[in-house]
Each structure stands twice: as structure tokens, then as C-alpha cells.
Unconditional design. Structure first.
Length: 463
């Protein structure tokens, strides 16, 4: 059996493409119009409708709910948020600690709501394990662990080689850090269940309805215009397709593979009984999970960016990327050298120029948006949705400021990305630098982070 390449994602191949919902039939009105039917848009509709049941809420989705990153990600529900260190610099350490605590709580929030809504998304709360297997990675891991503790993660633990192997036997791993604030899940089962829950509440969802332009009180589509006091942009990596937003958030590609179900004898050599989500401290890092049916689903960058902010080809990814991900799999778990790769796919995530996630409502126009999650969107989208809910309720006079509206990421502004070809050249150069740094560190004997990677971090705005 050959590897299935594309077809949206393995998650859809396993759980099926949803039955199509009707497109927008013509001009319409609403109290809130949400553009984008992924996690951010659906969670926002969910929390707004729960808070104010009489609201007329319409969701417009270009393809079908979960077609983008929400249906293609690695199934990491975890407490990381893009931009926390920068928010600490801009607003103070305590403000960033509050943001981190909100993210810690968000993991439990998603798990609890899924249970309340009877969404069986293969959720397993095994936490997040991030490993180091070179001297330079070990140094970064210890520094990372110390920083996380400083931001209030008291439950986080640092594990040595033996303790790491007791959880997951990654070849050559010398240490790891583990936090309980993480869970593995099936992304498509979550987004399908969430879409059904939203419709059950009375939210109108139109699919196959691409929004071409957003203006104050207007969401314009080929089938008609939805007019609403609040228009919320929840398009993440597909934002560049909207008129006037080509340089807002860069659509960064991430690619994944899923193995065949592995037999018991291989799992005996790997361990991973706790089903932690698994990552590393490489510059071009990997992420993985042990699925409910005992596969390994593993991802990494692949081809990071397509010229002109082009976004999608139904998840198809290059053969070289599939092979590179297989090499990472075997490097981590040598016993997988002969296993079959059943599926490979790609998707895009939204990257702001300063790598900071945001949730925003412009009270003068009624335009709102959330995103720029840089790969941490499974949980961050939920926090963003609850924040947008509170911002709209505050703006409409239904409530005052809340703990969420006071978080430092609210209403953050960032400059646009450079025009082409500078954007393409910059991203390609940066990721070539990161991969080169990882290769040099893998054969080196120094604990110092590669200088080229340090320079790339400064240029990119990651740190």
C-alpha cells in the first residue's frame, strides 16, 4: 500500500469528509458575522451564543468547517502561546504570567467543554514532553524549563535520561521537560463536534462561501453580502486571501506523516504508555502524538512557505518532505525503520511579523480578529474566542471589562510582512539556517546554540 498524499489530512481520511452545508443564499443580516469555520470561528460562535442566546450569528466558511489548520494539525492541545516573552517586555512580567495562567486553564476548558457537549475527540491528558538529544539542545531545554517555571508553571518537571526513557524511549535523549498542561486529541473529531454543537445552539453556518473582502459592517462574498455590526476575521493562515491582507499574516506551511498502526512489540521498545504529546528542542522542531489507534503522527516544517502567500493544494506535500519526516521518525524511534507511512499532508498556520498571537476588537469599526497562533492554535483559539466574546459584550454594553479583556495580547498591533520577493527569500533563508544549525549541533560537542540560529532568531523576530 502506497502513502496517501494530501486529501486534506489523515484525520479526514480516518473520520470522513463532513456532509456539505448550504452556501450563503444571498444578501443577509446578522448581529455578528464570523469569517472562517475553523476552531477560532466556531469557538467564538459557541461562546457568544451561550452567553447571549438571542444573538443572530452567522459563520461563513470558504470550503467546509475545519478544512484548514483545524483539520490538519498535530492534535496538540497544550498551553504554549506565541509571543508571551514579547508581551512580558511590553507589559511587564506579571501581565505575561496572567496570560500564561489563562493558557494553562484553557487546556482544561477545552477538555471540559468537549465532555459537556459529548464530543468524543480521542482526548487523552498525558501532558507535553519535550526532549533534548544534543548538548546544545540540553542547554536550551534547561533554559526553557527555567523560564517556564518563572512564568508560573509550578507543576513542570525536569527529567534526566533515565526518567525520560521511563516515559518515552527516544534514541539518544539525555533529558526532557514535562508539563501536565497538555493533551492529545483527534483534530477533526473536535472540529466536527464543535460545528455540530454550534448549529444545535442556533448559529447559522454557510459553507462553500468564500469571503473576498471584509469592511466595517460588511462581509462580501460571491453569493451576497452579510451585514452585521460586528465582523470577526477568524481566518488564520488563509488571511492573505482577503483583499488588503496579503502581508498581514504569513501562511507558514507545516507537514505531517502518520504511520500504520504499530504492533505491540514495537510499542514495547518505545514505551509511550502515557501518550504524552512529544516535541524536541531543535530549531526546526518536530511534534508528534501516539494516536488512539496506536499510530505515530509526526510533523515538522517541510517547505516552509510558498511564494506570494499562496496557501493550499488540498494538503499535498512534497516527496522530499515526506522522506525528511520519516528520517526524523526513525531517528527518534529506530524500530520504526520498516513501518509503512500511511498518510502525508500539509497545512498552513498564521505567523505575524513579530510572532505574537493576538485577539482584537476595533470598537470604532466593529471589526475584530484573532489568530497569529504560530502553530499553537488548538488551545489558543479557545482563549481567543472567549476573549472576543468578552470584548463584544463589553463594547455592546452587556458587561464590563473582564480578566480576559485585560490580558496583554488584546488589541496588539504589529507591522506587515515585507513585500515579495523579500518575504519568500527571507523565510527560505531562515529555515535553511535553522536546518543547517540543527545538523551542526547534532555532530557537535558544545552546549552553545549555533550562532547562525541565534542570528536567524533575531532577524525573524522569534526572540
Amino acid at each position: 500500500m502506497s502513502t496517501i498524499n494530501g486529501g486534506i489530512s489523515f484525520w479526514y481520511a480516518q473520520d470522513g469528509i463532513p456532509a456539505p452545508r448550504e452556501p450563503l443564499p444571498g444578501d443577509a443580516t446578522a448581529d455578528v458575522c464570523i469569517v472562517g469555520g475553523g476552531y477560532t470561528g466556531l469557538w467564538t460562535a459557541y461562546y457568544l451564543k451561550k452567553a447571549v442566546p438571542f444573538l443572530n450569528i452567522t459563520v461563513l466558511e470558504a470550503k467546509f468547517c475545519g478544512y484548514g489548520a483545524s483539520g490538519r494539525n498535530g492534535g496538540w492541545l497544550y498551553n504554549g502561546i506565541a509571543g508571551r516573552d514579547r508581551y512580558a517586555k511590553l507589559h511587564g512580567h506579571e501581565a505575561a504570567v496572567r496570560l500564561q495562567q489563562a493558557m494553562n486553564d484553557t487546556v482544561a476548558e477545552v477538555v471540559n467543554v468537549a465532555a459537556e457537549e459529548n464530543i468524543d475527540a480521542d482526548v487523552h491528558q498525558g501532558g507535553v514532553l519535550e526532549v533534548a538529544y544534543t548538548p546544545a539542545q540540553l542547554a536550551r531545554l534547561k533554559a526553557f524549563h527555567a523560564v517556564e517555571i518563572a512564568f508560573g508553571e509550578k507543576e513542570r518537571v525536569l527529567l534526566g535520561a533515565r526518567e525520560t526513557a521511563e516515559r518515552v524511549r527516544v534514541a539518544g535523549a539525555v533529558a526532557s521537560t514535562w508539563t501536565p498542561h497538555g493533551a492529545r486529541l483527534h483534530p477533526v473529531k473536535l472540529v466536527k463536534g464543535l460545528a455540530a454543537a454550534v448549529e444545535e445552539l442556533g448559529v447559522t453556518v454557510h459553507e462553500s462561501t468564500p469571503v473576498t473582502e471584509i469592511k466595517p459592517k460588511h462581509a462580501i462574498t460571491p453569493y451576497g453580502t452579510v451585514r452585521a455590526p460586528y465582523i470577526l476575521r477568524c481566518t488564520e493562515g488563509f488571511t492573505a486571501s482577503l483583499k488588503g491582507h496579503k502581508r498581514a499574516w504569513l501562511p507558514m506551511n507545516s507537514s505531517m506523516i502518520a504511520t500504520e498502526p504499530l504492533p505491540a512489540e514495537i510499542w514495547e521498545t518505545i514505551g509511550w504508555e502515557g501518550r504524552e504529546t512529544l516535541g524536541d528542542m531543535a530549531h526546526a522542531y518536530m511534534y508528534a502524538q501516539r494516536t488512539a489507534d496506536d499510530r505515530i503522527a509526526l510533523g515538522g516544517r517541510g517547505v516552509p512557505y510558498r511564494f506570494g502567500s499562496r496557501t493550499d493544494n488540498d494538503g499535498r506535500t512534497q516527496a522530499a518532505t515526506v522522506e525528511a519526516l520519516r528520517e526524523i521518525l526513525v531517528r527518534f524511534f529506530p524500530r520504526t525503520a520498516g513501518v509503512r507511512i500511511d498518510h502525508a499532508w500539509s497545512g498552513v498556520l498564521g505567523v505575524p511579523r513579530d510572532w505574537c498571537a493576538t485577539a482584537t476588537l476595533d470598537r470604532s469599526t466593529g471589526l475584530g480578529w484573532a489568530g497569529g497562533y504560530v502553530g499553537s492554535g488548538v488551545a489558543t483559539s479557545n482563549l481567543a474566542a472567549r476573549t472576543l466574546r468578552d470584548l463584544i459584550q463589553q463594547d455592546s454594553g452587556q458587561s464590563g471589562p473582564t480578566d480576559l479583556t485585560a490580558l496583554p495580547w488584546v488589541n496588539h498591533k504589529v507591522r506587515k510582512w515585507e513585500p515579495e520577493p523579500l518575504r519568500w527569500l527571507g523565510v527560505q533563508t531562515l529555515y535553511a539556517a535553522y536546518r543547517g544549525a540543527d545538523r551542526r549541533e547534532s555532530t557537535g560537542h558544545t552546549a552553545a546554540t549555533d550562532r547562525v540560529a541565534q542570528l536567524a532568531d533575531r532577524v525573524s523576530g522569534r526572540h
